[in-house]
Write a protein that binds this ligand. Structure first.
Ligand code: NAP
Length: 284
């Protein structure tokens, strides 16, 4: 199985290295040419165009910002193009909207191309460790065929249902993640306004039943202003906007989702989009 991997951002770089480590013949592509010594050392080829990457591969993985980026690499002027996609398998691991996913699945099916939506739960560290949880949507036989490849990047593949179900699962999980982050940041802001030290606030939260790995990961960012970016804030605004669109379509009030999205959107407007999404603290 020759693998093409498009998108060497925070997640894609780490994930593609894990694919190469497990011995899959790999060709990578990134819009902005980028040297990745680990990939070169593992023998991965670097394609100059998305078309070159698709032509060299049986299975094409996308780990890109969102729908526009996916359309650009698949169907844009420098994109793979229908001829290079025909009869192959596309796995979109980017977080996009459910509507985009079902449209893409139909377009690729018309080319005889197999498709999975397979967004991931977990950020930079699990991507590096190969311990993501992969949320797959698509036909059972395609999921089973691709599972060994997916397990190079994650410890678990959950088959959520037909194409689009992986995306829905991802948005449900990120809705909770956004609300948890906003809630933690708001508790810190509230305590600080009352004269408490953020270190004390985090110590108390992390010592009791509310402690969880996610809150632990955000501790140094909130207490010490650590500038590590685990998940860029602009991506959280994107994901919560997709979730809000879906809630609107379903006529759901989703009050927590809407309040959290508005707080992250204010932080984006204030110029914190490229910081970790814990930067929502700065506008509360
Ligand atoms: P990132 O670091 O911002 O990387 C984005 C990638 O998309 C880069 O390779 C970028 O290429 C490419 N791209 C953007 N616009 C493009 C276009 N028009 N044409 C071609 N390529 C384009 O993002 P990331 O953090 O790796 O996230 C990737 C996806 O995973 C997103 O959907 C995100 O929501 C999701 N996700 C992220 C995390 C996380 O913790 N970071 C966790 C789970 C899921 P350039 O280098 O040329 O800009």
């Amino acid at each position: 199985m020759k693998v093409g991997f498009m998108g060497l951002g925070i997640m894609g770089q780490a994930m593609s290295v894990n694919v190469a480590r497990k011995g899959y013949p790999l060709t990578v592509y990134n819009r902005t040419p980028r040297e990745v010594p680990d990939l070169a050392r593992l023998g991965a080829a670097m394609a100059g165009t998305a078309r070159g990457c698709a032509e060299a591969s049986d299975v094409i993985i996308l780990m890109l910002t969102g729908p526009e980026a996916c359309d650009a690499v698949l169907f844009g002027p420098q994109g793979a193009g229908e001829a290079a996609l025909r009869g192959k398998t596309v796995i979109n691991m980017s977080t996009v909207s459910p509507a985009y996913t079902t449209g893409l699945a139909a377009r690729l099916a018309s080319l005889g191309c197999s498709f999975l939506d397979a967004p991931v739960s977990g950020s930079k560290k699990p991507a590096q460790d190969g311990s993501l949880v992969i949320l797959a949507g698509g036909e059972t036989d395609v999921v089973e065929r691709c599972e060994p490849l997916l397990l190079t990047m994650g410890w678990k593949v959950v088959h959520c249902g037909p194409a689009g179900a992986g995306t829905m699962m991802k948005l449900a999980a990120n809705q909770l993640l956004g609300i948890m982050m906003e809630g933690l940041a708001e508790a810190v802001a509230f305590g600080q306004r009352g004269g408490l030290d953020p270190e004390t606030i985090l110590d108390v939260i992390l010592s009791g039943p509310m402690s969880c790995l996610f809150f632990q990961l955000k501790r140094d960012i909130l207490v010490r202003g650590d500038a590590t970016v685990q998940f860029p804030l602009k991506h959280m605004v994107k994901d919560l906007t997709f979730a809000r669109e879906k809630a609107d379509d379903a006529g759901e009030s989703a009050p927590g989702l809407r309040a959290a999205r508005d707080a992250f959107a204010r932080a984006l407007e204030a110029g914190h989009g490229d910081e970790d999404f814990a930067a929502v603290r700065k506008v509360l």
